[in-house]
Design a protein around this ligand. Structure first.
Ligand SMILES: Nc1ncnc2c1ncn2[C@@H]1O[C@H](COP(=O)(O)OP(=O)(O)OP(=O)(O)O)[C@@H](O)[C@H]1O
Ligand SMILES: [Mg+2]
Length: 375
């Protein structure tokens, strides 16, 4: 098991800043997920950790030792690539064992490890085949298996499940989680799939334009997104972000005003906040369809589309010029063309600065129960 530290790591390609000033540290036995949209620098960062690409700036440490200048083989990290490369002329069995045989691992030990991984990844029936006789998903499992037969300090994986169908993806996730538990090894796992991140990570680094936007546990990232970008990236459908104004009412209580709705917040203003332009964030599962005569705060609009996911439904509604998603157990009670009243729970809303996109936090004032808002 290894700890990996990145200190101010950057990488430029000509004018492109692919990775900018990334610093982070894994705990022992971490499953770190690098999450972000296409082009945000995930692969570049992983290649630098592996030693396949030198950083333009910064240092990389493994177990406290500076490996920035070391070639890949001296780092003892196993990498699974986005474009898995198998030896085309070797059978699955020999592909799996190849890394061990070049390391002169004794035959019985090699057999034991190859069989173990073949069983773990359901590759038993495929061991005699060559890569061209496998489907894309099967090839990807062999590539995973090839990394797993080794006993490296850490696994570096770049979208290893991207070619698997939904069912296989979900079962391979479960296998990776149990593998991580059993091996007691650090994983650095690149994905743009937020379900991968939510289910497997002990820590998630959300990347945006080569920078870390937020570093935290999956629960922190989902429940307290540090920015509107993170809020809009995590969750399917993502958090609704509604332009609103934050001000006070006649009793100095804080209220949010968006077109057609006023949401009193369960706080008084510690000091006059003036009027602030914010983004009001509401998760689709925190909007509840209610009767039209509902008296609490609610968004009102027209139901456009209702998607049936089996156990749940997602309704897409037009609220003035905005579209919002509502998610709930099926039947959600909304039909296309309906006028919808969607109750908002003031204690579950998120606020972001409209200028910077950063989350606005409540800080209790020590003298009284009031709060101030900081970004
Ligand atoms: N060898 C290279 N030469 C020039 N630009 C590059 C090179 N490799 C990556 N880039 C650029 O660096 C940025 C980050 O690329 P990277 O491959 O790390 O993204 P990614 O997050 O892995 O995306 P994806 O999810 O699509 O795989 C992109 O703008 C990309 O075009
Ligand atoms: Mg990539």
């Amino acid at each position: 098991m290894a700890t990996i530290q990145l200190q101010g790591v950057s990488r430029r390609f000509g004018e492109t800043a692919a990775v900018s000033d990334v610093s982070l540290e894994t705990d022992r036995n971490e499953f770190l997920v690098l999450l972000g949209p296409s082009g945000c620098g995930k692969t570049t960062l992983l290649r630098m950790i592996a030693g396949l690409l030198p950083p333009s700036e910064g240092r990389i440490l493994v177990d406290g030792k500076d490996v920035t200048a070391l070639p890949p083989r001296e780092r003892d990290l196993a990498m699974v690539f986005q474009n898995y490369a198998l030896y085309p002329h070797l059978t699955v069995d020999r592909n799996l064992g190849f890394g061990l045989s070049v390391r002169r691992i004794p035959k019985e030990e090699l057999r034991r490890r190859v069989n173990e991984v073949a069983e773990l990844l359901d590759l038993g029936p495929l061991l005699r085949r060559r890569p061209k006789e496998l489907s894309g998903g099967q090839r990807q499992r062999v590539a995973l298996g090839r990394a797993m037969v080794r006993d490296p300090k850490a696994f570096l994986m770049d979208e290893p499940l991207s070619n698997l169908d939904a069912k296989l993806r979900s079962s391979t996730r479960t296998r990776l989680i149990s593998l991580h538990r059993r091996l007691d090894t650090t994983f650095v796992y690149v994905t743009h799939d937020q379900i991968d991140a939510m289910t497997m990570a002990t820590k998630v680094a959300v990347l945006n334009g080569g920078r870390i936007e937020q570093l935290g546990t999956p629960v922190e990232i989902y429940d307290e997104p540090a920015s509107a970008f993170v809020a809009g990236f995590m969750g399917a459908p993502p958090m609704n972000l509604i332009p609103a104004e934050l001000g006070t009412d006649a009793d100095a209580r804080l209220v949010l005003r968006a077109p057609g709705v006023e949401i009193p917040l369960p706080r008084t203003a510690g000091r006059d906040p003036g009027v602030r332009e914010v983004l009001l964030g509401i998760r689709p599962e925190h909007l509840t369809p209610v009767a039209a005569d509902h008296t609490g705060p609610a968004l009102r609009g027209r139901v456009d589309i209702v998607e049936n996911l089996g156990s749940e439904e997602i309704a897409d509604c037009e609220i003035g010029d905005l579209r919002v998603s509502v998610r709930g157990a099926r039947p959600i009670g909304l039909n296309p063309g309906d006028t919808a009243t969607l109750a908002v729970r003031p204690d579950l809303v998120h606020l972001f600065s409209r200028q910077s996109g950063r989350r606005l936090e409540w800080l209790p004032e020590p003298e009284n129960a009031d709060s101030v808002l900081v970004s």
